[in-house]
Design a protein around this ligand. Sequence first.
Ligand SMILES: Cc1cc2nc3c(=O)[nH]c(=O)nc-3n(C[C@H](O)[C@H](O)[C@H](O)COP(=O)(O)OP(=O)(O)OC[C@H]3O[C@@H](n4cnc5c(N)ncnc54)[C@H](O)[C@@H]3O)c2cc1C
Length: 349
Amino acid sequence: MKVIVIGAGLGGLTLAQGLRRTGIDVAVYERDGALGRAQGVSLHIDDRGVTALRGCLPSAHAAMIDATMGGLREQTLSVSEVDGACAVVDTEPSGARPGRQAHRPLLRAILLTGLENVVRFEAEFTRFERRPDGTVRACFADGSTDTADVLVGADGIGSAVRRQYLPQAQVVDTGRRMLMGATSLCAVTGLPGLIGNNPAVARIRDTTMVMGALRFTSPPTVARQRFLPALRLGAVTGIEDYLMWALPGPAENLPRTFQQIVDEAWSEMTSTLRIGMIPPIPAWPAGQVTVLGDAVHLAPGFGGNLAMQDAHRLCSALIEADRGQRDLLDAIGSYEAAMQNSVQVKASA
Ligand SMILES: Cc1cc2nc3c(=O)[nH]c(=O)nc-3n(C[C@H](O)[C@H](O)[C@H](O)COP(=O)(O)OP(=O)(O)OC[C@H]3O[C@@H](n4cnc5c(N)ncnc54)[C@H](O)[C@@H]3O)c2cc1C
């Protein structure tokens, strides 16, 4: 069996690692260059992401991720000013599932390790054609093509695969915007010590800032040496502990504590995020084209976990089909049913 994956993001790379491990021929096509675009600084990885990564990645890769994530985040803290000083005023079970924080550029570099001959960068997918022999041909902006038994759209929110395959799935702009950034822990006093590893919602006067600290469990350079020397050296150098933060409201007239965090932030890691959603669509008949992750569902704050979970499920289904234990379309259909079910369960929870 040959599988083409469009998009070298979290979902596409997790899938490619899992397929490659079992010897299935896989080719990944990525629109961006090898270093990609900044897509957020850190990710909260919960049990879904951890299970998927352990299920798809070689053990050295999984150990490298485990060694470099932050400490366990079990609850969400509410922080407020009390007598002029910040204090934790409440704790509640985490709004997100408990998990740990991963440094996103490092995670992506780990996912790419070992796939050097599998991923083609600067290859923008434009459309696919179904061929009479049952295979699928993928066409790229530079005029090149590739053909496989299965085509997977793991190409994120603007998915060109989804646009052609499931035009009924539409991205809706919720109108919500968030300024997000990261600031070295050395530049922030008080708050990081107060919140430890937990995410916190800090409210000072009428302004809210959501934040979480990433303190690497082991220094990434040391972990690379121990677990994954094949990892690109540049992925582990110059990384330090930091505070990741988001301002859901306008970044104006901020309280001094918040202003200091914003002023000291790394400019290349600060950006305004538009929050979109894809309303769930009715099930569709399974075919040799399928989709995963943000290409088919958006979940602010846990979309990465869902993308990796999709990748793991799809990987298991394709392995069963490759081994002749299951009909290919039946395997893809049950992956899609499970994927849609998780999204609907979460949407109604
Ligand atoms: C600031 C921020 C913070 C976040 N925090 C969290 C978090 O804490 N936890 C969590 O679970 N999720 C989080 N998310 C969501 C998470 O980042 C996404 O849900 C996740 O990246 C989706 O993975 P994916 O593989 O589906 O898509 P992506 O990771 O977006 O990958 C898609 C890839 O496809 C490529 N591509 C697109 N079009 C084409 C084309 N035509 N041809 C070839 N390649 C193409 C893109 O360049 C990209 O590399 C966060 C998102 C942001 C922006």
